[in-house]
Design a protein around this ligand. Sequence first.
Ligand code: ZN
Length: 152
Amino acid sequence: MLQVLRVSVTDHLMTGDRFAVVHDGAGFSRTDKIAAIMKNSLACKTLKVCWAGADQSENCGYCEKCVRTQLNFSAAGAKSSPPCFPSELDVNDIRRIQINNKYQLAELASILAYAREHGVSAPWMPVLQDRLTTWQPVDPGVLERQVNGGVR
Ligand SMILES: [Zn+2]
């Protein structure tokens, strides 16, 4: 199982004599953080995660990150997508999204593991399991370069 290393490599570079960068929250998974956000209705309305949509002020609900975030909410126990997304998650979205690298794959695997650990049962879970099981990098050399620290 792949694991995501949650360490900022820039914190020490951005810290100076009069300004300290304190890395906080690294001990929590993305789904842990979403579980905390779920407790705040304003945060559920205003959460912005998308960088891919045409309208940069909103979540597109279509890109990999939007789909992944909706999966985070479901894994954390949400029965529907929060209002910050334009529509409900469709399991076909999981089949459609492009998983470009092992880091995205590990994030998706962590969401599924979180859901299982917390007794969640949802229709998206076997679909995501299938995506994780059958995933192959588009270019097998990309994975090798990622393992060796070349391409991210
Ligand atoms: Zn998006």
